[in-house]
Each structure stands twice: as structure tokens, then as C-alpha cells.
Write a protein that binds this ligand. Structure first.
Ligand SMILES: [Zn+2]
Length: 301
């Protein structure tokens, strides 16, 4: 799912293309993408885009008369910039926004239709769709407010960082990168974190997101971000199962779930302990290896 750095890159690319441009026409391939009925879709046609901002993992375009067009890409939704009035072609193409300078299209791979479009009136209504998690780069955010937000409930760090009601804009990919940078276990519990670990986590969260916002936005200034993906070769652990950790050289581990996985380095983050992988631990039962050495011994068997 596109996360904070990806959304920031889209906005960087969109601003020079559509800011202060009139939205001439909206074309929908399917009515199901539109999740609101009032104000009607037609009310935004002919209006000019005045601002573009991120709301959680959504992109909100503010138009004349305080009208807002809000796109949520969910997991498989992607934006594309095409020549003006490009036809909506293919079953993945869901939406086209026509501007004088070009057409912004939304595609969604796969058969699940999760991406959504909201038309709202009034800036206040943006708050209603915002899950409300802490904004890492808000001026008021500091170590204390970060710790307070994550401490509200006793959660694992992985769950706390990826809960949009706790922290805004972070998903599976960047939480893996943040926890690796902080050298903390994804299953460490927020209520058991020591003061120096909170400092490391907060600094790693800011540094990791800053680095990726800068990298992806600098690419987006050169070219519209077409290849948005949660798997980048510059990542330290996310999507790099079994490849060497860039810090220590040990192989990156994983915890697998139904449709994604958490990646971490046991050497750097869990004191060498391999965390139970549900699919493997069910197979191995009590034989599940607890340390890297045991895992290696098992593989050699
Ligand atoms: Zn490592």
C-alpha cells in the first residue's frame, strides 16, 4: 500500500501539473469507486485545484468553493499521468481526471475493488475521514507526544506503527525499515520499552521517513512516479527475506501472515532470536528454532 513517502511523491508530481488548473471532466469506469453521493461528482467539474494534501494515506485535492476530491489508493491503486483526454482502457482503469495539461488516471490491479473516491464539501469533513494518527512531521510532534500515542494501548511495535489511528501514513514496508533502523524487535511491546529505546524509535521513524520522502520526491520532480512499489532495492530489510542485512550481513528473516510478511534482522533487532513464523512453526511444532544458530543447523540437516 502506498505509504507516507509514496503519497508525498505523488503530491510532489501532481502540484506542478494540476495546481491552479481547472478540472475539466471526471470519467468513471465503474460507479463503485465513488463512495459519496452528496455533493454530486458533477459539482467539482469546472472547478480549479487550489491545494493538494495528504490525509493519512489518502490524497485530497481542494478545489474552488471548498470542494474536496479524496482518493484512497488502498493496496493496489496507482496514479498515472497521461496525455490530455486519454481513453480509459483496460479493466484496471477506474478513473480519469481531465485537466488542460493532461489526464490523471487511477488504476487498480487485481480483482478486489478497494480504491475509493470521495467528494466532500468543507475542509472540516476531511477530519471525518482521517483515522487521526499522530503526524510525525507536525510541528507539535515530539518524543513525548510520540511515546504517548504509542503507549495508549500495549501493542507490539509493528502493530502500533502501522495502526493509522496511532501513527499517520506508515504501513508494512516503512515500519519494517523504521524498526530495523531503530534496532528494535517488531514484537517488542510498547509498554515494555525503555527510555533510550523510545528515543531510538522516534529518531529512526523521523530519519527513515525523511530519507524516503526526499528520495521519492526528488525522483517525482524529474518524472511522474509510475513504479510505486513497497519493494525497493534501497530498502534494508523489507521485501529482502534471505538476503544479507546491510548492517551486519546476516540473512533477513520473516514472519509470514496470510497476505504479507514482516521482515527483520535477528542479529540487529531481536538479540539473535528468530521469531515464530506461523506457517513454519505449525509444521515444525516444538522444533521451531529459537535462535539463528538453531535455524542454520536445521537448514543444514
Ligand atoms: Zn543485521
Amino acid at each position: 500500500m502506498p505509504e507516507l513517502p509514496d503519497i508525498a511523491a505523488y503530491i510532489t508530481a501532481l502540484e506542478p501539473r494540476i495546481l491552479n488548473q481547472p478540472l475539466e471532466r471526471i470519467r468513471l469506469a465503474s460507479v463503485f469507486i465513488l463512495r459519496t453521493v452528496d455533493p454530486p461528482l458533477s459539482s467539482v467539474e469546472g472547478k480549479t485545484v487550489r491545494t493538494i494534501r495528504r490525509v493519512g494515506k489518502r490524497i485530497a485535492m481542494g478545489l474552488d468553493e471548498d470542494l474536496w476530491l479524496v482518493i484512497h489508493l488502498m493496496i493496489a491503486g496507482r496514479l498515472h499521468w497521461k496525455p490530455a483526454r486519454t481513453k480509459l482502457a483496460g479493466r484496471n482503469a477506474l478513473l480519469a481526471l481531465d485537466f488542460p495539461s493532461g489526464t490523471l488516471t487511477l488504476t487498480e490491479a487485481g480483482s478486489k475493488r478497494r480504491a475509493s473516491l470521495h467528494v466532500l464539501r468543507g475542509e472540516q469533513t476531511l477530519h471525518d475521514i482521517d483515522p487521526g494518527g499522530l503526524e510525525i512531521f507536525a510541528p507539535a510532534t515530539n518524543l513525548e507526544s510520540f511515546r504517548a500515542a504509542l503507549m495508549l494501548e500495549n501493542r507490539t511495535l509493528k502493530r502500533a506503527l502501522t495502526d493509522p489511528r496511532i501513527v499517520s501514513g506508515i504501513g508494512n514496508a516503512y515500519s519494517d525499515e523504521i524498526l530495523h533502523a531503530a534496532q528494535l524487535s517488531p514484537i517488542a511491546q510498547t509498554h515494555k520499552l525503555k527510555p533510550e529505546e523510545w528515543e531510538r524509535l522516534f529518531e529512526a521513524t523521523r530519519a527513515t521517513l525523511t530519507r524516503w520522502v526526499e528520495l521519492l520526491s526528488s525522483e517525482a520532480r524529474k518524472k511522474f512516479p509510475e513504479g510505486v512499489t513497497a519493494f525497493r532495492p534501497e530498502m534494508a530489510v523489507h521485501g529482502r527475506f534471505d538476503q544479507p542485512c546491510p548492517r551486519c550481513g546476516e540473512k533477513v528473516q520473516r514472519i509470514r501472515y496470510a497476505d504479507n510478511e514482516t521482515n527483520y534482522c535477528a542479529c540487529c533487532q531481536t538479540g539473535g532470536k528468530v521469531l515464530a513464523d506461523r506457517s513454519l512453526s505449525r509444521l515444525l511444532g516444538s522444533d521451531w528454532p529459537r535462535t539463528l544458530d538453531e535455524l542454520e543447523a536445521l537448514k543444514r540437516r
